[in-house]
Design a protein around this ligand. Sequence first.
Ligand code: SF4
Ligand code: SF4
Length: 739
Amino acid sequence: MGSVQIGTTILAFAITAVAVWLAVRAVMKMVAVIRLGQPDPTRFGDTGTRAKTMLAETAGHTRMLRWSVVGAAHWFVMVGFIVLSLLVLEAYFEVVSPTGGLPLVGNWAIYGLVTEWLAILGIVSILVLIAIRLRNRPTRPGGRSRFTGSTMWQGYFVEGIILAVLIMGFVIRGFKVATDHFEYPVWAAPLSHAVGGVLPNWAAGVSVAALVKIVISMTWLIVISLNVTMGVAWHRFLAFFNIFFKRDPGANVSGLGALRPMTSQGKPLDFEEADPEKDQFGVAQVEQFTWKGLLDFSTCTECGRCQSQCPAWNTGKPLSPKLLVLSLRDHAYAKAPYLLAGGGKDLTGEEKATAAQLAHMDVLALAEAEKPLIGTAEEGGIIDPDVLWSCTTCGACVEQCPVDIEHVDHIVDMRRYQVLIESSFPSEAGVMLRNLENKGNPWGAPQNTREDWTKGLDFEVPRVGEVDDFEYLFWVGCAGAFEDRAKKTTRAVATLLNEAGVKFAILGEGETCSGDPARRIGNEFVFQMLAQQNVETLNEAFEGREKSKRKIVATCPHCFNTLGNEYGQLGGEFEVVHHTQLLAHLVATGKLTPVQPVDGGVTYHDPCYLGRHNRVFAPPREVLGSAIAGGDGASGDGGLIEMPRNSERSFCCGAGGARMWMEEKIGKRINVDRVEEAMSTGAKTVAVGCPFCSTMLNDGVNGKGAGEQVEVVDVASVLLRSVKPEQAPGDTERTPVAG
Ligand code: SF4
Ligand code: SF4
């Protein structure tokens, strides 16, 4: 070993020792912070599916590849990163000896070939990612960047380090070529040979270049170890765990559909016995999230995909799902020293730590602990109430997140505490909650008018109890029973079911609200009350039937989601379909025959709780396709025209998450944004599959004074026009323009 190699070896191992020590300390700190969260025993079952999903999402980049260019570039960088680790290891042999290399594979040409090409593709890919970050930088003129609020230096730092390490790999190989120590032929390592052609024959070059590569790599490790909230770097390690422990490992997207039940100490809360002084009601302190919540916050890469799709953020509201996650992450890590020293408030608000435990506490950690989790900027709050209440629970953030963060569950957990303990929520929603408690529907309509929609139909609508051989229980829903526009959809569906010879029955006055608005606003108590009542009624209606024969058809995607995905948490197991699914089946099996083509062009708005939350994308389009074509296959003028944001990337109407009953005071109205997109297609008909979407989009169209040119109407009514053109007008008459 020459004097140069002695120097490079000492320096390489010294900086590595410091970096590894700091990294171990950082990992221990992160584990300690994540362990501060509440227990969640539901995350450990079905390890086979969890492992399979984790491998598919990481090795296959199944979620990232939805953003094709970014996904492909990120895949090469990820693979390059793993291979890079081997090449960094190799550098330790090279600082010791210029002819050194990895044992076993180091002289193998195939190893040389694979690493050469992965490094080349890694360089190209990282340049693509840097270009994308630069093009989308928050300071660029015009438009809102998905990187707004991300810590940009950290992104450039990580990308710059990867680029530098990859380049140094070629410099090392180049010096080996120049000094005639290179094992691989030109066909296996063409770029390395080309670099070697321009480098001098410097004997110490390999070891010095290897030292530079190690110093760069260890600088990266030191910097990220000193910044444990640097998600853009740490996600490379944490994403595996976050994906493995996701809520629904077998589902297409985890964290959509049902909400997580309200839990205390990892157990679902039973409101008959729950005591707010002993049981946790929602989340009031960051440590009251589960450990998986804290792992979620730690894993965020700050990529901003969630932000770019969020309807609240895109219409000028203060909510960005990314910024919400980052605020919770930074708060958790800043408060952690206080919590780890034994600090924290018990459920009555008393300090748990003794004065001695907090005596030497960092003042910044103490100050952080005093901040309210929900509060305005003046109050020093971490999450502003306007942020919390801007969410429509549309799920676009969850859908887009490449590391499976479950934003909606976290937002609703915070809402639960605000509503149940603080009684703090937008006051206008109070009327809705009172109506739910007192009248069983959000509008406060008398229960004895639930069946009024049946009046005037030319057939009898059977009630459960009067008939018992029904195949489907038709869940009408509160909107379908009381809201004028939705009543037309209810009548259209009943008419079509009757036409197709489907045996169905309604609960009539036995039905109450499914509880969706109460649950999404955070009032789990009212939700449980309504849901238990409905589960009892439905279990009675289906008594003696096995699950496959307990069929329900619902016109409201919120009821569809709640009955199908959430009533199971309360002992109600049913087979629930949305009316568009049943209608598509009836058309496909020839039970319904469209005869009249629909003209003027139709565009379809995917309701969030039908599409994203429950993956029902095709059936409404199939129904519309058949109606547009008409009976003889002649296509109606215009056809089905998709909006730019459709299916998984559909844009919310603004009504979900109980936003239907709150005023929209900040920014542009979400429904107006969506209506502008719908109108840009030139379609005369905007088809919907949800009574709330119908209200929001109708209001949007009318607000733009376009009620005479564009009609918002349910898929069922479009089909009815085609199947029974002579009957349909009465059911689909235009809603007068609001005055
Ligand atoms: S659920 Fe929708 S509105 Fe709420 S934060 Fe996510 S994207 Fe935004
Ligand atoms: S999409 Fe996920 S990882 Fe990306 S910024 Fe949003 S929460 Fe973080």
